[in-house]
Design a protein around this ligand. Structure first.
Ligand SMILES: [Zn+2]
Length: 382
C-alpha cells in the first residue's frame, strides 16, 4: 500500500516483483486471515444511555410496542438525549467507535432520531460531523428526524402532520444548508410513520439532495420496501415482514436489502428476515449491527455474522460479502471501500483464525487482531 491506498494485490511473489515493493515496509500478520474491514451501514450511534431496564421488562413478557406506549422505547431515549450534555454524548459515542474498530469496522453510518426537535437533531448531526473529523473511523450521517412522533406532538390534533411540517420546514433546510447529512431515513412502520408520510418526507429530502433510505417492514408490512425501490432508495433495512412482491422488487432493483439480525436476537424474536429468498431473487443483501440502546446493543459485526449464518442461513462467504462490499454499496462508497483491490483505501482487518469461516463460527468471541484504516493501524490486540 502507498499513501493510504492499496498499491498491489496478489501472491507474495507477484507483489514482491513490483519495483515499489523494494522500498516497502513489511508487516507480518503471521498467517492470520486478512479481510476488507467491515462497513456498518445502519447504526444509531449517538444516544445518552442504555435501556437495560426495558430489557428486563421484555424478558418478563412486556412487548416492544407496550413499552413504547408507556413512554419507553424510542421516546425514553429521546428524553435522555435531550437532557444530556454534548460532552457526555460525544464521550459515549467516541468510546463506542473505539470498540467498533476493535471488532474490525472502520466505516459507520450514524442516524439522528433521538432528538426529535430542531436543536436536538442538529446537535446530534453536528456531533457526528465533529467525531468524523476528530477520530479515525469514517462516520456517514443520516437525518432521521422521522424516527417517531415526539411526545409533545402526540397530544395535539393532527400531531403527526404538524411534526412533519416542522421536520420539513425547519429541520431539513438547516441539515441541508449546513451539510450535516448525506441520507434521509424514515421509520415507516406501525406506531411510527405511514407509507404516505414516508413518501412525502423522502421525496422532499431527495429534492434537497439527501438520498433516501428506510426502516422497512420490521414490525408490520407497510409497503415501505416497494416505496424505497420506487424512490431509488440506497437501502431498505430490517425486512422481517416482506412478502413475495417485496422480495421480487428488491431482486430487480439497485436498492440494498440490509438485514439486522442483532435486533431479532436481542428481542428474542423468531421471525428473521428471509435472507435466502432475497439472495435467490438477486437482491443485494447487506448486514449491519443496528447498534442502538433499545433493540440491538452491539458494535460487533463478527457477532452479526454469526447470527446471519446460524439464523439467516447465509454462508460465511455470503455474510462477509454482505458486511463489507454490499454494505459499502448501501452507503454509496463501493468504489473506495469494501474490498481489497488495487486503488482502494487500505482498510483491512486481521483475524486470529486459521480459516475465514471461523470468524462467524466462534460467536461472541473477540478474534479481531488488528484493524487498519487508510494504511494506519488504528487497533492492535495486545
Ligand atoms: Zn434502526
Amino acid at each position: 500500500m502507498c499513501d493510504g491506498r492499496i498499491a498491489a494485490v496478489g501472491t507474495r511473489a507477484q507483489v514482491e516483483a513490483k519495483k515499489e515493493s523494494r522500498r516497502a515496509e513489511k508487516l507480518d500478520v503471521g498467517g492470520r486471515v486478512v479481510l476488507p474491514v467491515f462497513v456498518d451501514s445502519h447504526t444509531h450511534l449517538i444516544h445518552a444511555a442504555s435501556r437495560a431496564e426495558e430489557y428486563e421488562l421484555k424478558i418478563q413478557g412486556a412487548s416492544y410496542e407496550e413499552i413504547a406506549r408507556k413512554g419507553g422505547g424510542i421516546l425514553n431515549s429521546v428524553k435522555k438525549l435531550r437532557a444530556a450534555t454534548e460532552e457526555a454524548l460525544k464521550a459515549r459515542a467516541r468510546a463506542a467507535l473505539e470498540e467498533f474498530s476493535s471488532y474490525g469496522t472502520t466505516t459507520v453510518e450514524a442516524k439522528g432520531g433521538y432528538g426529535l426537535d430542531v436543536s436536538s437533531e442538529l446537535k446530534i448531526l453536528k456531533l457526528q460531523g465533529e467525531l468524523n473529523r476528530e477520530q479515525p473511523l469514517e462516520i456517514v450521517s443520516t437525518f432521521l428526524g422521522a424516527h417517531t412522533v415526539p411526545v409533545e406532538f402526540r397530544a395535539k390534533p393532527d400531531g403527526a402532520k404538524r411534526y412533519i411540517d416542522l421536520l420539513l420546514e425547519q429541520m431539513l433546510p438547516e441539515v441541508v444548508n449546513e451539510g450535516l447529512a448525506e441520507f434521509c431515513d424514515v421509520f415507516c412502520d406501525r406506531g411510527a410513520f405511514s407509507r404516505a408520510e414516508a413518501r412525502y418526507i423522502l421525496s422532499e429530502a431527495k429534492e434537497h439532495g439527501l438520498a433516501p433510505r428506510l426502516h422497512a417492514e420490521q414490525l408490520s408490512r407497510t409497503g415501505a420496501t416497494q416505496l424505497g425501490v420506487e424512490l431509488g432508495a440506497a437501502s431498505c433495512d430490517h425486512l422481517e415482514q416482506v412478502n413475495r412482491a417485496d422480495i421480487r422488487a428488491l431482486g430487480s432493483s439497485q436498492t440494498v436489502a440490509t438485514l439486522l439480525p442483532g435486533c431479532d436476537f436481542h428481542l428474542g424474536w423468531k421471525n428473521y428476515a428471509p435472507a435466502r429468498k432475497l439472495i435467490e431473487a438477486g437482491a443485494v443483501v447487506a448486514l449491519a449491527t443496528d447498534y442502538n440502546p433499545g433493540t440491538s446493543p452491539t458494535v460487533s459485526m463478527p457477532m452479526v455474522l454469526s447470527l446471519a449464518c446460524t439464523h439467516l442461513r447465509m454462508t460465511p462467504a455470503e455474510a462477509i460479502a454482505a458486511a463489507t462490499i454490499n454494505a459499502a454499496y448501501a452507503l454509496r462508497r463501493e468504489k473506495r471501500i469494501g474490498s481489497l483491490e488495487t486503488g482502494k483505501q487500505a482498510d483491512l482487518a486481521v483475524f486470529e483464525v486459521e480459516d475465514y469461516r471461523e470468524i462467524p463460527y466462534y460467536f461472541g468471541m473477540q478474534r479481531c487482531w488488528m484493524t487498519m484504516k487508510s494504511g494506519e493501524i488504528i487497533y492492535m490486540r495486545d
